[in-house]
Design a protein around this ligand. Structure first.
Ligand SMILES: Cc1cc2nc3c(=O)[nH]c(=O)nc-3n(C[C@H](O)[C@H](O)[C@H](O)COP(=O)(O)O)c2cc1C
Length: 346
């Protein structure tokens, strides 16, 4: 029995599983595969390569449902890219890492839903003020850029803050049905997953990078600035990047000032390594969920496995969990109502 939540109803999808707009890794092929399997695929807008965005968005025009995601501070430098995205008629546009307000009116006027990924309560308030219709609460376990709060802490905080006005989706460290079921117990309406979909057939990543994700254990990632500064890419605070640990990161962590002083030389070596697929120097952006990833299947299989496992867990535990622990924070019966609404659409 599929899990019905306010998120699945709002987006008209079968499973409460979104694939993350992982810059160049999440192309139209992955986006389409996730949506066709009953999830919601989100194309990565990345750092604003216009030609790539045009080509990838064209592949999705007329297809439904799908979303397109942007790094907000990067979009602010090329705001016209939003028109290219909206021309493809996505059902949603996802904005992360910056103030969504300048873009919200155009997105909403197009009929697309505005999804905002947030890392703190202040960012969630800003997103709600801008008119966000779905909030993604991202924890520090996430692959790629993020901040410092843990998923298990930030998700219920944002759920309480949203207070039922918009669905809240959990992101960071989720790779299987246990993660989806656990996030629903925290009040989330679904999950946004990046790293698990990176290790899929349809993701654009190099085979060598996917194999590193498959074989890494949960201790094999670190959050920091070395991968960005090695490209002379300077993200605004509080954002840092989580990647697999490699020789380059081991060598430069704790020596970031020296890295900046030698940036001209390092940038060249780093770019050459990236071109050559040398992942002992070039970073593989991935989250702590790597410890749960042991294969590289088609994306549809990932969606189906996660959904089936979560359905089984929630069904098995429903009677023992629902109603057993009313939360003092949300008023009488509030937690119970929210959980019931999250499981099988009761
Ligand atoms: C390789 C990679 C690239 C990412 N690039 C982006 C991006 O361009 N824009 C964005 O909003 N989030 C990006 N993210 C973060 C995701 O939106 C999401 O928060 C994260 O993948 C969730 O955690 P997980 O990787 O543990 O599933 C990226 C994540 C990964 C793994």
């Amino acid at each position: 029995m599929p899990i019905t939540t306010p998120l699945t109803e709002l987006l008209g999808i079968r499973h409460p599983i979104l694939s993350a707009p992982m810059d160049t890794i999440a192309g139209s092929r992955l986006t389409r595969a996730v949506s066709e399997a009953g999830g919601f695929g989100i194309l990565g807008g990345g750092y604003g390569d216009r030609g790539r965005l045009q080509a990838e968005a064209a592949e999705l025009r007329g297809f439904a449902p799908f979303g397109i995601g942007f790094i907000t501070w990067s979009l602010a430098k090329q705001p016209e890219l939003l028109d290219i995205a909206l021309d493809a008629r996505p059902q949603a546009v996802m904005l992360s890492f910056g103030d969504p307000a300048p873009f919200a009116p155009r997105i909403k006027a197009s009929g697309a839903r505005l999804i905002c990924q947030v890392q703190t309560e202040a960012m969630a308030k800003q997103a709600l003020d801008a008119g966000a219709e779905i909030l993604i609460a991202q924890g520090t376990e996430a692959g790629g850029h993020g901040a410092s709060r843990t998923t298990v802490g930030i998700v219920p905080d944002i759920v309480d803050l949203a207070a039922g006005r918009v669905p809240v989706v959990a992101a960071g460290g989720i790779a299987d049905g246990r993660g989806l079921a656990a996030m629903m117990m925290l009040g989330a309406s679904g999950v946004l997953i990046g790293t698990r979909f990176y290790a899929s057939v349809e993701a654009n990543g190099a085979e060598g990078a996917k194999q590193r994700i498959r074989t890494a254990d949960g201790n094999g990632t670190v959050r920091g600035v070395v991968p960005d500064w090695s490209r002379k890419l300077f993200w605004p605070a509080p954002f840092t990047a989580r990647t697999l640990v490699n020789s380059h990161i081991k060598a430069w962590t704790g020596r970031e000032i020296e890295l900046l002083q030698r940036a001209d030389e390092i940038v060249k070596d780093y770019a050459a390594a990236k071109m050559a697929g040398d992942f002992e120097i070039a970073a593989v952006f991935a989250g702590e969920a790597v410890g749960l990833i042991h294969d590289i299947p088609p994306a549809a299989e990932i969606v189906e496995r996660i959904a089936a496992e979560a359905e089984q867990l929630l069904e098995g535990r429903r009677n023992s969990v629902v109603g057993a622990f009313p939360s003092p924070h949300v008023g009488e019966g509030g937690a119970q109502r929210r959980m019931r609404g999250s499981i099988h659409g009761e």
